[in-house]
Design a binder for this molecule. Structure first.
Ligand code: UDP
Ligand code: MG
Length: 342
């Protein structure tokens, strides 16, 4: 079968096997107008090479998911999709967050792809690792995790908070792949299982290792953001970590019970001691310790209530069964119909 590819203002005639697996590269984008042109250029380049030399189907595309951006992201995507057949776009109705945008992209791509790679829009993850992902896919791996070799370009603060987070999660029995963000390949089999996890607050990085299957890692260098700013300020990072912990583990509640019991025991000892000192010494001392214990126990109670509240909030959210994202507009229908026409 002869396929015609239009790329970089040149037509290329290639004899391509249409039986080759169809790949979709899913890219969540939120206010990324500063990087999008470069990102689409780089990813189209990679896609072109994959189609030419790595046994990837010529109908493969890059799917840019606009996560309710307030800048020109969607108009850039729409325009690029019209001029570059390797690019497709999906527009969400509002900002659903990185994880929501990723789920939207993965679930859409699953409908017509044999394998899907997810990558951030900011070119921080080395795109040349994609060739290795595809090699591993051809070797028969179901999931390929991109793992950062070095994190020198991240700030000292970000590096260390991330390290602390992985350690904490590990201690609580949550299996995460260290230094792996959302740069990974999944084949159809893994994706079909993934979509069965219907939790509203899905922590994707925690779910994927739970799927099992044949997995491997590919190491790459993490670079500086190409342009624009990180959309993960400290506040979002903390809420992301909190979600990760409370979605996977009830260890914090157990810890609270333990701390609470120890404090009650301690309180009993102090009570007995003060009784004795009252009986034998007739002192009214202890104002300081009284005030201190009121504050400590009061504080502990508030923390415990907060932790429990966090879980009750989770239950509340899950019972609503709201959609995790809403698609407002898409250029994908086009490729779907084109493909079925073949
Ligand atoms: N992103 C998104 N929705 C959001 C925040 C971020 O789709 O609400 C995208 C963003 O465009 C980028 C990726 O998620 O492609 C990772 O975000 P960012 O690079 O800001 O995070 P960092 O690399 O600093 O952790
Ligand atoms: Mg980034």
């Amino acid at each position: 079968m002869i396929n015609i590819i239009y790329f970089k203002n040149e037509w290329a005639w290639e004899i391509l096997d249409t039986q080759d697996p169809l790949l979709t590269i899913v890219v969540p984008c939120y206010n990324e107008e500063a990087v999008l042109d470069e990102t689409t250029k780089e990813l189209s380049n990679v896609m072109f090479q994959l189609i030419k030399n790595h046994k990837i189907n010529a109908s493969s595309t890059v799917l840019l998911v606009d996560d309710g951006s307030k800048d020109k992201t969607w108009s850039i995507i729409e325009h690029t999709a019209k001029t570059n057949p390797l690019i497709q776009g999906l527009k969400l109705s509002r900002n659903f967050g990185h994880q929501g945008a990723l789920i939207a992209g993965l679930e859409t791509a699953r409908q017509y792809s044999d394998c899907v790679i997810s990558i951030d829009a900011d070119l921080q993850d080395d795109v040349s690792a994609i060739y290795k992902f595809i090699d591993k896919y051809h070797e028969g791996y179901d999931i390929v995790f991109g793992v950062r070799d070095k994190r020198e370009t991240d700030t000292f603060f970000k590096r260390n908070t991330a390290l602390f987070f992985y350690k904490l999660m590990g201690k609580m029995g949550v299996r995460l792949v260290p230094n792996h963000a959302d740069y990974r390949l999944m084949n159809k089999r893994a994706l079909d299982e993934f979509v069965k996890y219907q939790e509203e607050n899905l922590f994707i990085r925690g779910i994927i290792p739970l799927l099992g299957f044949k997995t491997t890692k590919v190491y790459y260098n993490r670079m500086e953001r190409f342009a624009g700013e990180s959309k993960y300020p400290l506040k979002k990072m903390i809420s992301f970590a909190m979600d990760g912990i409370t979605s996977f583990s009830i260890a914090p509640i157990k810890l609270m019970t333990w701390i609470g019991s120890i404090i009650v025991l301690l309180g009993a000892c102090i009570g007995i001691y003060s009784l004795f000192s009252w009986a034998f010494n007739h002192t009214i001392s202890g104002w300081t310790s009284l005030i201190l214990s009121i504050w400590i126990i009061g504080g502990m109670q508030l923390v415990a209530i907060g932790v429990i509240g966090e879980y009750i909030g989770k239950i509340f959210n899950e019972t609503k069964h709201r959609p995790r994202y809403t698609i407002e507009q898409s250029t994908v229908d086009q490729i779907l119909t084109d493909q079925y026409r073949e």
